[in-house]
Every structure is written in C-alpha cells, then in structure tokens.
Design a protein around this ligand. Sequence first.
Ligand code: FES
Length: 583
Amino acid sequence: MSAPPPVSPSEDDDAGMRKGLPNYGDAAFSLFLRKAFIKGAGYTDAALDRPVIGIAATGSDYNPCHGNAPQLIEAVKRGVMLAGGLPMAFPTISVHESFAAPTSMYLRNLMSMDTEEMVRGQPMDAVVLIGGCDKTVPAQLMGAASAGLPAIVLVTGAMLTGSHRGERVGACTDCRRYWARFRAGEIDAEEASDVNDQLVASVGTCSVMGTASTMACIAEALGMTMPGGASPPAVTADRIRIAEQTGAQAVQMAKDRLTIDKVLTPAAFENAMRVLLAIGGSTNGIVHLTAIAGRMGLEIDLDALDRMGRETPVLLDLKPSGQHYMEDFHHAGGMATLLRELKPLLRLDALTVTGRTLGEELERAGPGFAQDVVRPFADPIYPQGGIAVLRGNLAPGGAIIKQSAANAALMEHEGRAVVFESLEDLATRIDSDDLDVTADDVLVLKNIGPKGAPGMPEAGYIPIPRKLARAGVKDIVRISDGRMSGTAFGTIVLHVTPESAIGGPLAHVRNGDRIRLSIGAREIALLVSDDELARRAKEAPVVEPVAERGYRKLFLQTVTQADQGVDFDFLRAAKMVGKVPRS
Ligand code: FES
C-alpha cells in the first residue's frame, strides 16, 4: 500500500488533517483511517488538503440565546471556504442562564474543559468560538487560552427589544423591574403574564449591559473578535456579515499562526479592564476576566482595577446603569465609538485577531458621528468606573460593588445586620411579615460563594423583603459572597472573599451586628472586634462542603475563590508570570 497523499497545505505533520492523530502505533495508518472515515461524509482530497478551521458550535434547544447558531455556522463556513479553508463544526456543551442548575457558573469550568480538550484533541489549525450567553464566552476563552491555537470569538449577538403596553422592554433588567412591581402588588398576575410574552422579543443574548453584553464588549476589547463584532444584534444582516468575516479571518490566522497568546497579552487585558469600567459592565466580568487571565499566567490586580476605575468614567448609557439597549449601542457605532472616547487610556499597541493593533483598527474605523448612547469623556453618565473594589475585616480578600447601579443615598451607610444563613433560609423568611427588618438594615446572605451553594449563584441580588417592598422601599444594602446578574441594580456588595463556606469572616456575622459600607473609602467593615470574631469561630467552626463523587466532587475540591476567577486550581497556568496591569 502506498502512503496516503499529503493532506496539509504545508506538508507539515502538525497541521490540517495530519494534526493530532490517534495512537495506533503507525501514524501513516492513523491518517489513512482518518481520511477513510471523513470521506464517508463525501469529502475529497482537495478539501482535506486545506487548513482546517474548527467551529465550536453551541446551539442547543435549551439555549435560545444561541438560537441563531445555525445561521452563524453557515455564514462562518462560507467565510472559511471563500478564504480557502475547510470548516469543521463540532458541538460542545452549551450553557443557558435559565436552564442550568444549580447555576450556570457551576458548569462554566466544565464547558471550558470541554472546549479546551475538543480544540486540542481534534485536527484544526484555528478555531471559531461561537458563544454568547453569559458563561459561554468566558468558558470558551478560558479553554482556547489553554489550548493555545489561533482562536477567534463570534458572539451570537443581542436579542431585539419588545414592547409592553407602549413601553419598550428587554431582558433582563426589565424582567427584574416588572417582577419587583408584581411582588410589591403594583401589577396583577395578568399583566405579569402579558409582559412575560414581550421581555424577550427574539433569539439572542440579553439586550442590556448584562454579563453577555459585557463579555461581548470585553472579547472585542481583548482583540479576540472582528472589529465591530460585539454589538450587532443576533437577527441582523450585520451579525451574519461579521460571521462570514470571522470565518475568513480564522483561515488567515491559521496561515499566519496567529496563536492566542499573541493576542491575550497584558496589554489586551488592561484594555479589557478599561472597557469593563467604562461600559458599567457586569460584576461577573471581573471574575471571568480573572479566570481567562489566569489561564495565561496573569493575575488581575484588583487594587489596580479600583485605581483605574477612579480615572475611567462610565460612558455607555445602557441599562441597568443607563437607559438604552444593545441595539441602540450598535446603531451608535458600537465599540469603535466607545474606544474612540477611551483612546487616551488604551494600550493601542495591543495586537488583535486581524493581525493589526487596536490602534490601527481604530484608525480604520474612521471618524465618529452624532449619537446619544456613548457619552463624551467629559460628560459621562457616572464619573468613575462602574465597579469599585472594597476591603475591610468582612472581606480580607476583597469584595466588589457595581457603584454605577447603586443608590447614591446608601453609598455611605451603617446599619444593623439581618442575616440569612443560606438560600433556603432566605426563601423561608424573606417574605414573612414577622421578619424584623427596616429599610436602614443591611441584609446579609451566607453560603452562596464558589463552594457554598455551590457555584456562586447570582443570588446576591437579594429581593427586598415583601413588607418593605409593599411600603415602597426600592433599595437596601445587601451583602453576600455570591454574584449578581449584570442586568440587576441596587446597593449590593458581592464576591465577599473568602467566602463563608470556607470560614471567611462573613460566616460569623450575626443578627444585630453593625456593618459599615463606605464606597468613598472603599470599605466594608463588620463592627465587631477580632477577639469576638475569633470566639465565634471557635464556638461554631465551619465545616466545608464535600461531595462523594463526580463533577461535584471535582468542583468542591478544586474550585478557587472569586479573586482567582472561580476557576479550578489545576486549570490555571502552571506558573504565574505577572500582574495586569503591569506597573
Ligand atoms: Fe442568555 Fe441573558 S440569559 S444572555
């Protein structure tokens, strides 16, 4: 038998269909077998001789945020073939916020492992990552960062807005607002049902600056999407065109060997941090960015993020910090409009997936035009960055607050702790008329951190106790070791580290303790002496949660805290090589 014909354009043993052959002890036979099987699907040698572009396909009936995935895959394939490549779509786990229990975050690292191993384990010269719903883009970036191939992100894009009785609505800031009105008795069940039909007007990701939109903007700021790739809505021609361009660019990246480490540099992460602050982005963004950076051996410096926040105003006027929706941002020019305003603060030398720098791409984007969604730097919607980092004896490892979505009257506040020990405790008592609570109190929720719930669910947006909601209370200081949806709003302290489930100080807060929040001083303080806290820890020692088997066991044994991105410890880079931003 003669040797099979070469199938790689470079004749390179580590490219195209020759890549990553299964071990049968005879590489030529392995390739012969691989070609025999793929020819069963009708491929020719000419097709198999091209650079192979993998397409991580995350369409799923359980994921309406990715409901346009079939059209996107078709357009990516067209782009790949126009550029001379061979597209190969493959499935990975898909995770939707409303369909993943106990929380999508619990499955993010599993999706990242799936992505990493499928990218590494199958023959491809570059990969297109089609993601969108909150955890999918970070999971794919984490996995691709570890796999190390050329990679390019294609987000599914935001949904359209709907209309309810003449009012424009969109998921999911308006979901929360209407639900709060229903709980307060301001609307009846019939209207709640009516608005439920209108909140999600099409497939695509949430239409406000929630985590999906935040991660789309961060992906573009990192240089990981085509220019303008963050903002086109899911069901538009612009989104399809970006998909075609993404496929074509993936082929070029494969030819140029533009590997992901050349794009995900400290400069790129610094730009992403700036953008996170300037868009009033989801607090989840910092956890995900920390996890992605950790895969590259980089640590996000939270204190530096806070310093950056003091000189980076919120410019993007989108809900929940502002008033517009993602489709308005797209009509206003998308990320180019924002980046133009931020230009003096950006690292313009950062390389992008196009092979050009961010600065060069901004030049190519041309001049801006009149619009009212991205504010001028001199006239921001909030004078500082959206996220502030808090420290204090309640959070020695840090905590964060989305100050741009907080209530100005509660930013400097001292109050009495009203403590809930767990989600179950919260569910049992929050709506009780007997709950001893006033609007001046501080609600504390324990055991919703990375190990606590587990998976650090987005339960930090503790509902206003029903009796206060009925009395017209719209906000109250809330503290937890959990996360909050980027679509939520309020004076809400999140990511308290270390978490209560591993014995952090939060575990020892009791009803009636005094807690002081000072966003000005970046402080979250439990006004209880160290001696008393040590006494309580001895009196009621914390027993860390464990599991007997399976993914849950892996999760509980290896998940890190929020300041390390809630990644698994063994998935982070073997060696940390520096901090971002570089001082
Ligand atoms: Fe998927 Fe909001 S639920 S982006």
